[in-house]
Design a protein around this ligand. Sequence first.
Ligand code: PLP
Length: 249
Amino acid sequence: MPTSTGIASRLAAARERVDAAATAAGRDPADVRILLATKTQDVATVREAVAAAAELAGDDRPVLVGENRVQELVAKAHDLADLVATGMLEVHMIGHLQRNKINQTLATASCVETVDGLAVAEALSTRCVRDGRTLDVMVQVNVSGEESKSGVEPGAAPALAADVAALDGLRLAGFMTIGARSDDEAVVRAGFARLREIRDKVLASGAPGTDGARELSMGMTGDLQLAVAEGATIVRVGTAVFGARPVAR
Ligand SMILES: *Cc1c(COP(=O)(O)O)cnc(C)c1O
């Protein structure tokens, strides 16, 4: 298979970073999955990355792909429907979800990682119940408090998680965050630790529907080592695999 784009080797290098960070933290590298953040990438590129990821993983778990914008999510999922149908690919929504885009999102995503309020959760629930399906969701937490970031504030996260977990048609799979935009590793790391503490608190609560809320989706190209050190189970990687995006977004 031609590897002239370098995707397979960059993915392998990212995987090595993850594995090294996990081992250093005394964790099993197999407990950390890489989600390919594919915004702005064309379908051929995504296919190449998915094939490389499947080969690298060497197991039959689906490759995770995340999209930020509903329009792109829908277009790509349509073009990648064959991979979704065979169970090779699982698509997550990792961008802010507007309630008027819920139907389109549900048609394509198997997990919405960005639930940040009860209203959007209730709208997802209503839809899922009507369609007779279950959707995995994560509660997005704004651990850094930066105004530009979506997510519920950390103090309100456990209560929101319990409310979401109690809704029919939804399965609370865990928690997601975007790390602080800071050069200070201690600050970034403290944010990731905060998400883990929220997860552990919710798991320990025994509230209905929370027993499966184990995932911690945190860490990107620039801070994935810190996230893995603090317990990430999913790191969302774009630049490390695809190279720099043409336009920041
Ligand atoms: C783009 C994006 C990523 C990946 O970012 P990189 O720095 O390119 O690895 C991860 N998570 C979210 C929510 C994103 O929008």
